[in-house]
Design a protein around this ligand. Structure first.
Ligand code: M5T
Ligand code: MG
Length: 242
């Protein structure tokens, strides 16, 4: 049956409202991203960035239009196959009571110790883990070692990377990282050659992307590269100057 093979993503006239409300949150979005490309998503709070993300792994389904992965409607994939190929790093990192290894390997129970460490290295959290009392066996979560927001974010990125996803979706997951660490992380991500959606507030991150999607109140305010948006979008220019 269907699995994600390349990681192309296309939104075709997508509109969306949450089941409990009839207020549209996304309106008539159309864009496409080729396998291995990076898309940066910008937009003010409440503009619909997280909502857009949720439609790819089908945490919610579109109200109108289609989301296509490798040219096929996401509705046609068995949901576990679809989700297996997509690494979603949520806006708020979710850790559970257990070891670092268990937290990174969650959802991929057959991950080897080498795979766990290599994901941690790429997520820029390995050095921190090495300094913990019991390294990868250190317990985190309730009554375990408390990690900072940025450390939790990176563990949660490692969890996504260990599955070697075809599509990686980072929901503001690098907000607590300094520019140098973020730079190293983005460089490491390139070695995965996965299609990457990255919600960010940072122009420096957006500049590195193949495409930038600027959302405004659930619609596409602008689409293009950094250079293109400087020439076409007054809102983008405003963000750059702020
Ligand atoms: C867009 C509403 C939210 C806002 C709009 C996640 C979520 C959002 N909303 C719901 O009604 N239910 C939900 O479960 O949808 O919100 P968003 O997509 O979360 O916006 P964002 O990610 O761009 O904002 P932020 O603050 O993360 O930068 O009307 O109430
Ligand atoms: Mg959000």
């Amino acid at each position: 049956s269907l699995t994600i093979s390349k990681g192309a993503v296309e939104f075709k006239n997508v509109s969306f409202h949450y089941p409990e409300s009839d207020v549209p949150v996304l309106r008539d979005l159309s864009f496409s991203v080729q396998p291995g490309e990076t898309l940066a998503i910008l937009g003010s709070t409440g503009s619909g960035k997280t909502s857009l993300f949720q439609l790819v792994p089908r945490l919610y389904d579109v109200t109108e239009g289609e989301v296509l992965v490798d040219g096929k409607n996401v509705m046609n994939y068995p949901i576990e196959k679809l989700r297996k190929g997509i690494g979603v790093v949520p806006q708020e990192a979710v850790l559970f009571t257990g070891s670092i290894t268990e937290n990174i390997g969650w959802g991929k129970e057959d991950a080897t110790s080498d795979e766990i460490i290599s994901a941690a290295v790429d997520a820029q959290i390995h050095e921190t883990v090495e300094k913990l009392p019991n390294q990868y066996d250190t317990r985190v979560g309730q009554r375990g070692v408390n990690l900072s927001g940025g450390q939790k974010q990176r563990l949660s990125i490692a969890r996504a990377l260990v599955r070697k996803p075809k599509i990686l979706m980072l929901d503001d997951s690098t907000s607590a990282l300094d520019l140098k660490t973020e730079g190293k992380l983005l460089k490491a991500l390139r070695t995965y050659s996965c299609t990457t959606f990255i919600i960010t507030q940072k122009i420096s991150t957006a500049m590195e992307a193949d495409h930038i999607l600027l959302l405004d109140d659930g619609t596409v305010e602008a689409w293009g590269t950094h250079e293109e948006l400087l020439n076409t979008s007054p809102l983008y220019v405003k963000i750059v100057q702020s």
